[in-house]
Design a protein around this ligand. Structure first.
Ligand code: R5P
Length: 351
């Protein structure tokens, strides 16, 4: 049996990010099935026109704004349909994992929504989850099935290296991002110490935060802020302003998931344009509106090669740990994509 015949598999896309699903399919040279329709009353209708019996099914869906709940419902129905029609193993490929920030009981009587949605997925027949840059990895313990989490640093770091900035300081915009910032600092062989900005959330408003102080020396340094999510942009902009006040020569940012929510008449794209940030690298885990794609300071880098490689390896029963945190792509880890990754990382950019 050749590898190509090893396991027959089907790629199914929900409606949240068809461009990313198509890219993944293109890299794998595999047709993607788009079965989500809608009834006149708005209910979801699933219309799968290929046989799933005995096949590995990969459901690609970013459960992201603007319709997190609808995208979860689609995923539940797709998994359920696959299970009821005798699919072999069902993997939910969730490039953006909605509710990830509700990963603990933030107050009395609040749900742990990040765990609840994982449990529903498993309940609907999902055997494995595949995500990238989860807000908190501990949430993987909410299910006992396989949950592989990739790292966007694999595709973002080649872009940063390409800037040829020399020794940079990596800054975390809050205490929760210290481990990520340290990883970037190590992988980029930056200055000895990272910088950390202290952020305080307003307990009465989940989208409001302010910064109090920071540690680290950024004077005359090129600084890179790393984070998993940019939502309203408050965290990033506050951190960038403080770093600039503390004497940073330049400030850039690498953030995996770009939501860019407008909040109280504040458009993060406008704020970014007039901010101290020179360039913001984000990935395509979330489908971006045109204003994001054409923004002069935003560069979108695709995670499609990483997901394609992970899907291929899962299907072949090969290890995917090489695609984890400390990996910069090389010929061994991403053999099919050597040219894009190693010879010109900017080929991975969407624009
Ligand atoms: C929070 O801990 C996350 O890592 C992000 O920093 C946060 O979600 C960003 O949100 P916003 O852009 O609304 O400040």
């Amino acid at each position: 049996m050749t590898k190509e015949q090893f396991n027959d598999y089907v790629l199914i896309s929900g409606s949240s990010n068809p461009e990313l699903a198509s890219k993944i399919g293109g890299i794998l040279d595999k047709e993607v099935c788009f079965p989500v329709r809608q009834f006149a009353d708005g209910e979801i209708k699933i219309d799968i026109n290929v046989s799933l019996r005995g096949k590995d099914v990969f459901i690609i869906q970013s459960t992201a704004p603007p319709a997190v709940d609808k995208y979860y419902m689609e995923t539940f129905f797709l998994a359920s349909a696959a299970r009821r029609t005798s699919a072999k193993d069902i993997t939910a490929v969730l490039p953006y994992y909605g509710y990830s920030r509700q990963d603990k009981m933030h107050k009395q009587r609040s749900p742990i929504a990040a765990a609840d949605v994982a449990q529903i997925l498993v309940d609907r027949g999902v055997k494995r989850l595949l995500t990238i840059d989860l807000h908190s990895e501990q949430i993987q313990s909410s299910i006992s099935d396989a949950w592989d989490n990739l790292y966007a640093s694999s595709v973002l770091i080649p872009e940063i290296r390409n800037l040829k900035l020399g020794k940079i300081v990596v800054a975390s915009p809050d205490k929760g991002g210290v481990e990520r910032a340290t990883t970037y600092q190590d992988m980029l062989e930056g200055e000895e110490d990272i910088a950390v900005v202290y952020k305080k959330r307003d307990p009465r408003s989940p989208n409001r935060s302010r910064i109090t102080t920071m540690i680290g020396d950024v004077e005359d340094k090129d600084v890179l802020i790393t984070d998993d999510i940019i939502d309203t942009g408050g965290t990033l902009m506050n951190a960038a302003n403080l770093l600039k006040q503390k004497g940073a020569r330049s400030v850039r940012a690498a953030i995996t998931h770009g939501i860019f929510s407008k909040f109280e008449d504040r458009d993060p794209l406008m704020v970014l344009e007039h901010s101290a940030i020179e360039t913001l690298f984000v990935t395509d885990t979330i489908r971006h509106r045109d204003e994001v794609l054409s923004h002069p300071k935003i560069k979108v880098v695709s995670v499609a090669p990483l997901f394609a490689e992970a899907i291929k390896r899962i299907n072949y029963g090969e290890s995917i740990s090489e695609l984890f945190r400390y990996t910069i792509p090389n010929e061994d880890t991403l053999p099919l994509y050597k040219e894009q990754y190693l010879d010109s990382p900017s080929h991975l950019r969407i624009h």
